[in-house]
Design a protein around this ligand. Sequence first.
Ligand code: NSS
Length: 437
Amino acid sequence: MMTNMLEKRIPIKEALKIEDGERCNVRGWVYRKRDMAGNIFIILRDSTGIIQGVLPRNSVSKDLVSLAERIGIEASIEINGIVKSDKRAPGGKEIQIEALSLVGESENFPIRGKESIEYLLDIRHLWLRSRKLSAVMKIRDSVLQGLREYYRKNGWWEVSPPILTQSAVEGGATLFEVNFFGKKAYLSQSAQFYLEVLIYSLEKVYSLTPSFRAEKSRTRRHLYEYWHMEGEAAWFDMKDMMKHVEGLTKSSIKKVLEDRLEELELLKRKTERLELAISSSFPELTYDDAIDRLRKKGVNIKWGDDIGADEERILTEYYDTPFFLTMFPKELKSFYMKTEKDRPEVVLGFDLEAPEGYGEVVGGSEREDNYERLYRRIVEEGYNPSDYQWYLDLRKYGSVPHSGYGLGVDRLVTWIAGLDHIRDSIPFPRFRDRIYP
Ligand code: NSS
């Protein structure tokens, strides 16, 4: 039996393309199995696809039949046989199995279908083998590839900032504290300040890091540990940066549409909105206009109030593509944002909102580049300027106008893949009551 296995192994995707009558060798995991009177059907999956193997009970050895009968769901096996077209088989081809070897057995695989989410989360390490989550992970890979391609094409440098940090970027309320050799340290909320340091030598920099937020509530769009793609560029004003963010986002959507149509289909994600996003320019809605619109819709909100998830959802109804929300009241945003020259109560900040109710995926701004004004803002916000001395220093030696942003990779994947919860955009979401597996 083993001698046949010496033939060249091919990925399942390739096996689905070979001519009828040709022999091939594939290996992977048993996705489904049906024991019928005449045949045993084994659907095998690998990272490239699924293919049906069929074992006619009467024309192979008894040993082979009994081995096939014993093989469980998710066992790893290798099969050798002749490829034949069959309209009923997934992908239109099947392999008539002549030899089979069991690599790793699997008895009573704990997922059969119809399990509860809580149960599945406990066995995330096994659930990740599902076709749905595999499709999402592949889409995620393409999203990241599309983002990186855009940076490369436009002359940005990828840098690696730290995760252990000494001060807050986005306020103390969501900081995770770490005991660092007896001193207080925090898990990074954002690489922004480190990227700001690096623009003085590299001008346009980006990083992909985990960011940590001790969020107060559990929602469909918040993770405690999420992946943050952040960019910072010298000489960019807010408009320059919005243009860059638009190009960046489109590049990732484009990559997914080029390479992941099969996965989008498997997730039943319609591609029209994604296609529209890359062919349109992203509109801008100022905070002032957003408040007007919300009030006209009957929302009880006034100038100065935060536009939260519920309000964002209402605003997304006006747009079929991603759009920018801009020019927020200073009180709603972080101290580092630059204020508008003629309206000091407003900051040069922008959020990118995904349509279809998804909401914010990017938050960015032009930065305060004047030493005194930044110092004053730090004090106003109740922080200790000595914690931010190095950050202030940047405004002392060759300060330049500059802007930056943070893009929530998991949120972008959630929207592109059309998921209803952010936890499935990432392989191992952390939960308050569960950091397992
Ligand atoms: O808090 S942000 O709006 N902005 C910053 O952290 C800036 N310091 C980034 C920068 O300018 N370099 O977060 C940025 C994005 C936000 O738009 C979301 O898409 C995402 O990060 N984000 C999250 N994703 C998932 N889970 C949580 N909890 C989360 N918080 C922010």
